[in-house]
Design a protein around this ligand. Sequence first.
Ligand SMILES: [Zn+2]
Length: 230
Amino acid sequence: MNFGDLAYTDIEARHGAVHLLPLGATEPHGPHAPLSTDTLISTGICRRVAERLRGEIDILVLPPLPYGVTRYGSAFPGALSISEGTLRALVEEITQDLRPVVLVNSHFEPEQVATLRESGLPLLDLTRRAYADRLTEEFRSGSCHAGRYETSLVLADHPELVNRKLMAGLETRTVDMPTAIGEGRTDFLAMGMDAAYCGSPAEATPEEGVETYETLTDMLVELVREVAAR
Ligand SMILES: [Zn+2]
């Protein structure tokens, strides 16, 4: 199911498969969670969807794109941003010979999301109300960068990448990111995120992560079925 694990001779037999491109970012996610959090989440959703749809729809998961438009965390070490133009070109050029293809994004900086929407490709866009409404309370609150929502997802698949001791000591930081961004506060420090997180990371659990992945998998399965039926 991983495109990159196949030999070229395998690809022909997979004609008609739905390609999933996991998109993330390399950006600070609190002192407790990895820079690759968003990329790991997108990859985790794609893997589950491929397993769920086995025998129904052939799925090929492309190598993830671990860089995104990520400027808000630039005051911290570890934020490696690319521009909108670079993201657009990467997505276009990587996917140009691959149809059908679905973009699976877990990095929600507005410039990242807008660029992916503009590609015109089917996109799992969790910032859409219809999707967000099915996710956890913290996610819906918009105070959810490296908080309970994202940290739980990392704990579900990669517990070794979370510093649980540090995590347990992090106080809840309530920051309405969409509102802050709307008011022009577009870096973590100006938003009051002086440790590059908001939400409640101390409340994260692997069990919640597994449950959230179920919901995310449901959503992407629905989208992939739509795309495959076109
Ligand atoms: Zn994130």
